[in-house]
Write a protein that binds this ligand. Structure first.
Ligand code: NAP
Length: 252
């Protein structure tokens, strides 16, 4: 079976490539940058312009679409060019689309675009699986930026997260290849729900840091949605590796 992974240089893309090395799928990967230590055929493509996409999907059976651009040009890359890409995918037997838990209830531009992309896929004739995950552990870690002078993490400490290991999620996606198209699959959440303050305290403990946590709040719907844990799903604690285990494994 021929499998294309888009976004091969990204966090999820890289995790997929490591795991796919141990399978018998004929894997091709695509991105703008060429990944290091290339084990698979690589095709250049750009979701901003559409360049290289036809060539990348030629003869493919399955696509795992991890290319995304949360910060820049998301409306084009994650929605309009994504729609054009789907039109090219009429021969694809299974299009696997990773998305994010709770996006319809969290007022962020990127999440709105992800939701629009889900709708495009749902309304297309391409056989697909939409699988939503909670935030990856590394994303949470990236929120803890200490100002060296202050030795403090300034975070909205009451936000709730259920972060998940990207390798756990990658393995789940690979298993889905053979399961075939499921439409909307069950959410893939991390093993525990913690506040951001609790997660910052874990980082301080595990790394023996001298930082303190300073928690702040702000008005509005965005704050409320993370406070209420709209980005979590307590009924789907599927991932195995906890945030603390992730932090401890990093040094090894
Ligand atoms: N991060 C999280 O916490 C999280 C949680 C749940 C679900 N997800 C979902 O998982 C998927 C992967 O997320 P990620 O965190 O792994 O993303 P990421 O690390 O930001 O990687 C994005 C990938 O997209 C590629 N890309 C960006 N712009 C492109 C363009 N114009 N043309 C072609 N490729 C482009 C990048 O490669 P080049 O720059 O080399 O082109 C990179 O490989 C996304 O759908 C995301 O919504 C993420």
């Amino acid at each position: 079976m021929k499998v294309l992974v888009t976004g091969a240089t990204g966090q999820l893309g890289s995790a997929l490539l490591k795991q796919l090395k141990n399978t018998n799928y004929e894997v091709t990967i695509t991105s703008r940058r060429k990944p290091d230590n290339l084990n698979f055929d690589w095709v250049y493509s750009d979701f901003l312009t559409g360049e290289g996409l036809e060539a990348a999907i030629n003869e493919m059976d399955v696509i795992i679409h991890t290319a995304t651009s949360p910060r820049k040009d998301s409306k084009i890359i994650d929605v309009s060019e994504f729609g054009n890409f789907l039109n090219m995918c009429q021969h694809i037997k299974h299009f696997i689309y990773p998305s994010i838990v709770g996006i319809e209830n969290i007022p962020m531009k990127y999440y709105k675009h992800k939701y629009q992309a889900e709708e495009l896929l749902k309304n297309s004739s391409v056989p697909h699986t939409i699988i939503r995950a909670t935030q990856f552990h590394r994303f949470i870690e990236s929120l803890f930026l200490s100002k060296p002078f202050f030795k403090k993490y300034f975070v909205p400490g009451n936000f709730r997260f259920q972060s998940v290991d990207v390798v756990d999620f990658a393995n789940h996606l690979i298993k889905m290849i053979d399961d075939g198209p499921q439409g909307i699959a069950d959410d893939f959440g991390g093993p525990e729900i913690l506040t951001l303050r609790e997660m910052a305290d874990l980082k301080i403990k595990v790394n023996n840091e001298s930082n303190n946590v300073v928690s702040f709040s702000f008005p509005g719907k965005l704050y409320k949605s993370f406070l209420e844990g709209k980005n979590t799903n307590e009924h789907k604690k599927v991932g195995k590796l906890t945030f603390e285990e992730y932090l401890r494994n990093k040094g090894k």
